[in-house]
Design a protein around this ligand. Structure first.
Ligand code: NDP
Length: 428
């Protein structure tokens, strides 16, 4: 990738940006023609969901400056919120100057569950399940032979007993978990088929009755971690020294560790980046969000997903781990034209590489948000971009949008009524 073509990318117009991406080698000239056809056709959308009426669109932009595991990336993000892409790119720019993101991706093992109730003899049921473990795994694999042929499939079984709770009025459950390698797929349908395929057999083995069979979106065996290391001379901001920014940023991380009210907002910022890439790549962002927030509560309290600490030499070290059961195939990934466009832009990453990209964007987003929060505050940067949305909401069109946004930035109250008043002023 020739990054020289991407200088001042944010100042270019839409066509110039696309041309710059082609010149840099990130897209081909064929993609320029395709961008016109990225919209979902009614026929396609009608086959994706039920009762389809119209398509709800989101802007898809790109975050720049990402250096992940020694490789440069231009990252597609689908999001309606202003300033997220700018913040990700700004954070990534600083981190790229100090070696970029380093990622570690675990084995991609997904979890399926069968919940059994009314099991008369739990110790007997457990030992019978363990005795027949190989048969259970075989039955699961027989239910979805194509994933086995590809080299994946069910590999292990675990049993959990959830005690009855008289106070809550909940009964006892015997949970059978299968660990399944779904290779390049997120695997929801693969696993659901397998779990339903073993349900009757598990009822026979346990003498219990199945309540449900489905994958768990709490993908604790499919974790992605990113770290970054930033020297303090890259952290200086306005009147704050690099050391002060580092220490305040570490304290911000500590606050989000101990205070759930802060942790939720801290993690929402991380998910701004993660969900936008998950969505652009055609993956299931509800699954990723649900799993990430559950992972944030794994200690029994909802906490920050990221940690920030001081290295021995004084550098700032950031780390983020999240479950990321995304796929490079399956679901709407191979159907949605914008997801296909994202794939080309990212150079057809494998599911593991996509995890590396997504977790790095989450960390960049968190770094930028915390850095702004502990220095000038979040509103300065955010409202600068928000000004344009306000101008449009006030009814500005064409060149008036920029005019109103500019005046709004220096207005005492940046709000809709000021935007409307400014638009009226311009028009008279
Ligand atoms: P699919 O049902 O699309 O299955 C993946 C497909 O990819 C299979 O058909 C498989 O083909 C094919 N494939 C091709 N190459 C590979 C490869 N290298 N590795 C793995 N598979 C390959 O998708 P998923 O099972 O991943 O399910 C994801 C979808 O399920 C998402 O749309 C999600 O929204 C939805 N969903 C989510 C739920 C949840 O999260 N709780 C619940 C239900 C649905 P072959 O069959 O030939 O092996």
């Amino acid at each position: 990738m020739d990054k020289t073509y991407l200088n001042k990318f944010y100042k270019m117009n839409h066509i110039e940006r696309l041309n710059a991406l082609v010149a840099s080698g990130s897209l081909t000239s064929d993609d320029l023609l395709l961008t016109k056809g990225l919209l979902l056709t009614d026929e396609l959308a009608d086959n994706m969901i039920e009762n389809h009426l119209v398509n709800y669109e989101l802007p898809l932009g790109v975050a720049l400056n990402f250096l992940i595991d020694e490789k440069d990336y231009i990252i597609p993000m689908a999001i309606e919120e202003p300033s997220v892409i700018a913040a990700a790119s700004a954070g990534a720019k600083i981190i790229a100057q100090s070696g970029g993101f380093k990622t570690i991706i675990s084995e991609r093992i997904m979890i399926g569950q069968v919940a059994l109730k009314d099991v008369p003899d739990i110790p007997f049921a457990k030992s019978n399940l363990i005795q027949h473990k190989n048969d259970i795994l075989k039955k699961a694999n027989d239910a979805h032979p194509s994933i086995v042929k590809r080299g994946g499939g069910a590999t292990d079984m675990f049993i959990r007993v959830i005690e009855a709770d008289a106070d809550a009025g909940t009964p006892e459950f015997l949970m059978v978990h299968l660990h399944v390698s779904t290779l390049e797929a997120m695997g929801a349908n693969i696993i659901n088929t397998m779990m339903e395929g073993i349900t009757v057999y598990l009822e026979e083995l346990t003498k219990g009755s199945a309540l449900m069979s489905i994958l768990s979106n709490y993908a604790t065996e499919c974790l992605a971690s990113a770290t970054c290391r930033i020297p303090v001379d890259l952290l200086k901001k306005n009147d704050y020294s690099g050391e002060e920014v580092r220490d305040r940023l570490i304290e911000a991380g500590q606050l989000a560790y101990v205070d759930p009210y802060r942790a939720v907002t801290h993690n929402k910022g991380i998910m701004n980046g993660i969900d936008a890439v998950v969505l652009a790549s055609g993956n299931d962002w509800r699954a990723i969000s649900a799993g990430a927030h559950a992972y944030a509560s794994r200690s029994g309290q909802y906490r920050a997903l990221s940690t920030w600490k001081k290295a021995e030499n004084g550098d700032l070290i950031g780390q983020l781990t999240v479950p990321l059961p995304v796929g490079s195939v399956g679901g709407s990934i191979s159907i949605h034209p914008a997801a296909q466009f994202s794939k080309r832009l990212l150079g057809y990453p494998s599911a593991k590489e996509l995890e590396s990209i997504i977790v790095s964007v989450g960390l960049a987003q968190n770094f930028s948000a915390l850095k702004a929060l502990v220095t000038e505050g979040i509103q300065k940067g955010h409202m600068g971009l928000q000004a344009r949305s306000l101008a449009i909401s006030a009814g500005a069109m064409g060149v008036d949008i920029e005019k109103v946004a500019k005046l709004l930035k220096s207005a005492e109250n940046m709000n809709l009524s000021t935007a409307k008043a400014l638009l009226k002023e311009i028009k008279t």
